[in-house]
Design a protein around this ligand. Structure first.
Ligand SMILES: NC(=O)c1ccc[n+]([C@@H]2O[C@H](COP(=O)([O-])OP(=O)(O)OC[C@H]3O[C@@H](n4cnc5c(N)ncnc54)[C@H](O)[C@@H]3O)[C@@H](O)[C@H]2O)c1
Length: 368
């Protein structure tokens, strides 16, 4: 049955006082996350991954019950993902199921669930060419279609991860959601296909879904294949970091804590069928971001220039005005603060100083 009632905005996120929020603090990462949630049950797919595990941790720390699904795909070591899910779920109400969403029965997982956060996917632009595109077809397009199918049957809302990669090399910046998407990688195509599927399921079957175009997410637990993880690894081990092209390509890096906030806000307030840019709010060239990494780590980085990578966009910078207006969300973490948080967790960088986080105003979610 289609969820016609669910097409109006949900209003189940309650206000918490500052004192209540502090009572839910579990570690420095969650200490300034804004939303205190009612004790409802949510499904998180990809819960052992970088963003999914941080989302799981914040939901659980906020008093929610989480059903997590992940199958430990081989894009990086299983042990890293097991560590992620362990850290997210210790002492919390998290029920983990190791299942491949491409063939597992999903209806049972959705029983009693108030919403689905669908983050499971095969990420990464550079590995999406050639024979490995098969993984992107399966883990992105097929899995998303199956999640939407099950969500329609159960009448639950889905917030799903899309990507800035859907834009490709755009004609105008900052990128707005109504810009024509021209992906320049098979990964971008797979994410755009998920958005198209959401539109089909919305129009034809009444799916209540919200898509979030995340822009270059970084922070603690970042995937080992991503830039800052590799940068800190190279600094710690005195190895050269390979810069593809001249290093002047720019990115709008987004702190994972801000991404988690946006994702929760989208469940609370995102309009059915809506797509939102979730970007960090500042653009920086790769070379300048490397200098910042050196400052944060207090050590120098060797750089080796190699040929530009196929499928990398020249520039990404988000206009997040729609998310600000409709979700009540905006990024709050500067790149330097976020890099410090990531560097503190990076192996071999024990000397990173730990200045007290500057006081952050708490932006409480108002019931919509
Ligand atoms: N990290 C970023 O900068 C970024 C940017 C834009 C979009 N995204 C999107 O955000 C989401 C999370 O990305 P991430 O960086 O945390 O990646 P990640 O690889 O750390 O997490 C994805 C998780 O999904 C799981 N998974 C994949 N296929 C599965 C399947 N068939 N069944 C069950 N589990 C499966 C993987 O095992 C993994 O743990 C993805 O949808 C990604 O495309 C990420």
């Amino acid at each position: 049955m289609a969820n016609s009632a669910g097409r109006s905005r949900n209003s189940f996120f309650s206000l918490g006082t500052q004192a209540q929020l502090r009572a839910h603090e579990t570690d420095p990462f969650t200490s300034f996350r804004a939303a205190r949630l009612p004790r409802r049950r949510y499904l998180v797919t990809g819960c052992a991954g970088f963003i999914g595990s941080q989302l799981t941790q914040v939901l659980a720390a906020s008093g929610c019950s989480v059903v997590g699904v992940d199958c430990f795909t081989d894009n990086y070591p299983r042990a890293v993902k097991e560590g992620n899910i362990h850290r997210s779920s210790v002492g919390a109400d998290v029920e983990f199921h190791e299942r491949d969403l491409a063939d597992a029965a999903l209806e049972q997982r959705l029983e009693g669930v108030s919403g689905v956060f669908h983050l499971a996917a095969r990420p990464g632009v550079r590995t999406s060419w050639g024979a490995t595109f098969e993984h992107y077809l399966r883990d992105n397009i097929l899995v998303t279609q199956r999640v939407f199918e099950a969500a329609v049957k159960q009448g639950v809302k889905v917030v799903y991860a899309s990507s800035s990669s859907v834009y490709g090399d755009a004609e105008a910046y900052p990128l707005r959601e109504d810009a024509k998407p021209i992906p320049v990688s098979p990964y971008g195509v797979s994410k755009l296909s998920c958005e198209a599927l959401a539109t089909s399921y919305d129009r034809s079957l009444g799916l209540d879904s919200v898509g979030l175009r995340y822009f270059s997410v970084y922070g603690p637990r970042q995937r080992p294949d991503m830039a800052f993880s590799r940068v800190f690894d190279c600094i710690a081990n005195d190895r050269p970091f390979r810069v593809h092209g001249n290093g002047r390509q720019s990115r709008d890096f987004t702190y994972v804590g801000d991404v988690v906030d946006a994702t929760i806000a989208a469940m609370a307030r995102g309009a059915a069928g809506g797509v939102y840019n979730i970007g960090g709010g500042s653009e920086i060239s790769l070379l300048d971001s490397l200098t910042l990494c050196e400052q944060v780590a207090g050590r120098t980085l060797q750089v080796a220039h190699v040929a530009a990578a196929t499928g990398d966009a020249r520039r990404t910078v988000a206009d997040y005005g729609k998310a600000a207006t409709e979700l009540g969300w905006s990024p709050r973490t500067t790149l330097e603060e976020g890099l410090r948080a990531q560097a503190r967790e990076a192996p071999g960088l024990d000397s990173v100083d730990d200045p007290a986080r500057p006081a952050q105003p708490l932006e409480l979610l108002e019931p919509a």
